[in-house]
Design a protein. Sequence first.
Length: 93
Amino acid sequence: MDTIPLLQCKHGYLYRVSSRNLIAGVFNEKNGGFTGVREKFGHEYLFTEYHFDNGPPFGTTYPKQELEKCPFEPDENSKELHDWMIEKGYGLV
């Protein structure tokens, strides 16, 4: 499956991604990142990783498939976004 270029990603849409810590993320055009659910040391939280086109060392995410429009803004502090992603099954790796 090909990677979707940064300029073709849509703000506020959920994407299936290949990255270090996420399986899916909501794209934020303001920072070129994808916010998704990450787990570390038994703690589950929202985390942002950035599109590969942003370049090293932070560009670690390859969006593979647009899934759907998200009803929430891609904000790392949004409990609603976190709960929605878990409910949809796009939580942990």
